[in-house]
Ligand binder design. Sequence first.
Ligand code: MIG
Length: 716
Amino acid sequence: MRTFQIDESIIKYSFGDPIKTQAIVLEGTETNKGSLDYLEVSTGENLKLYYHMKTEDIVLGLGENQRGINKRGGIYESFCTDEPLHTPGKKALYGAHNFLLVDGSEKFGIFIDFPGRISFDIGFKHKDKLEIIMSGLDADIYIIRGEGLRAITHNFLKLIGQAYAPPKWAFGYQQSRWGYKTASDVEEIADCFIENDIPCDSIYLDIDYMQDFKDFTVNEERFPNFGEFLGKMKAKGFRLVPIIDAGVKIEKGYDIYEEGIQKGYFCKDETGEAFVAAVWPGKVHFPDFLNEEASKWFGSKYKTLIDYGIEGFWNDMNEPAIFYSEKRLGQAIEVAKQSENENLDIFAFFKLKDAFSNLSNSPADYGSFYHLMDGKKIKHDKVHNLYGYYMTKAAAEGFKEIKPKVRFLLFSRASYIGMHRYSGIWTGDNNSWWEHLLLNIKMMPSINMCGFLYSGADTGGFGGDANGQLLIRWMQLSLFTPLFRNHTAMGHRNQEPFAFEKETTSIIRDIIKLRYSLIPYIYSEYMKALHKSDVYFSTLSFEYDDEISRRVENQLLVGESLMICPIYEENAIGRYVWVPEDMLLWKHMGDSKEVFSIARKGHMYLEAELNEIPIFIKKDKMLIMGKSAKNVEALIGEELFVVAFVSDKASYTYYDDDGKSLEYQDGTYYEILMEIQKTEDDFIITVENYGNEKVKKISFQIFDNNKNITRKTFIM
Ligand code: MIG
């Protein structure tokens, strides 16, 4: 074991010869520490770590995964998996996020930089035993310290580098569906938004826009004159966001296939031939994104679509998902042949059945192809969790070459820690289940602490059919997620805001309009989190250290000012809420009606009818809003509306930038510092403007602890 001091709060313990994953951005200096802090280590066949949990310990983390915010009681796996039916027993989802935060008498973070399969038993086999088993011996283990959960997370986020910023339009509402097959389908959807007066920024193109599911092609019959069509849609106010799949169709004459073969850029099988798997296009090869040259090559291919006018992409199927491999299918067919005309006993029957039902995403397949990484041949399953990350990095680096100055929208299904520097993630194929709305709530803080600020779920659920009520309640959560996208699978009920009863449409219109008026706050908080290596969503325990706050699983803090308590049960007219300190409760109910009350510290039953959106504003904090508009570009932003809850003094730094370029990275952004000081019978407002030329007027609505309202206007 070699040890490195990364900075004052982080030590790296290096076992064997770890793969350089590009998860981290800080290098340390070598030290010689004898043993790991907090953890016991055992080596043998596998590297294992143990921690003895005290009864009161809470374990947070693991990003996009199952079960609670507190991970205790379960077994989890890091192995990026196409798991569309994620029922509670499933252990791995699309992302591999090996960061844990132990919150007990000892508080520390653990990051395991190991791109193969890892199992985390967090008090399942034995209630007090945390056991981490890597499928190998070579890994970098980081122990991260800090003064409290937020500080530890901050130190970890500094280790893995600054998060990606999408263009500002990507903070608008986005409409997707697997099943918009033609240009006229897409245009019809756009027109429905316009007719129904529902703001929207983009419409997604799923695999059907491609010619025979071939990456970087456009089906000319279904989307004739694609460039012109994009222009027409943009003039109407919509951007189109196409999907890119990991697998490249095997087809003579298809340039991507031909070039990939010629240059040897695809993953190879044992014999050195390009590995064959089957996904949407039928038989495909997987580009070897871990090979730098191949990655550059694939990244440059996004240019075809960018040249048409595309400004954002989503990368799919990059775990990579495998429907079947040639070899495994051959074996299954063999079993079937042998079974023919046999009197199958029950074991033979299951053998036959399993031969086919286990074809997809088979571990045997993941162990049978190879990458060329830094000039070395390496078996896929050793680096499995990097595949989606590196595909997405290839895209982002491609964008930098193609249009170096602008931001692109980009998010991926599979991910590994570090990918957040290049893109966001969506949480993959969930279902139209209330359980998955709750899971979405629980995932958000975990995903944030793993670096992924730009994230969100398929609102309304991907698989299955949503009713209007589920969509409404889900939207009341997603209205706060940076990625706010409604997406559903082919073959399921329509799920657009106007697909249900008139009443449902009007409630959803109101939610989406509220989203647009919250964009000043959402964007400001997002970008501040990015600049400060902080999170956007967090657990209550990041701010409040009382015993109840530490254990709340269904309320979240959003940025520095808000607490949200989404309703996630069918037919509920409210829910129980833990209020950790006095807060201002704003119930937003449709266009003009707004009701404010003071929620006192303690337990409360929060009533919230289907059309009511409860938002808690923390003590001595401000919520910043603007006027809604039909899309982000149409937001005028001349007037800000501030709702503040002030018992003593509140201050807020309002952040903004051009929302398009990468200049924020060099410090080009604008801040407005606002401060509200309570005096005996009034409030004194100070505003300092650092470069924001857009805002002309700020209207303050200030509540004191007795719900008295003071209104003031500040002209810039
Ligand atoms: O095997 O492209 O998660 O969002 O709509 C399904 C079709 C492939 C999975 C993605 C989903 C997308 C779907 N894709």
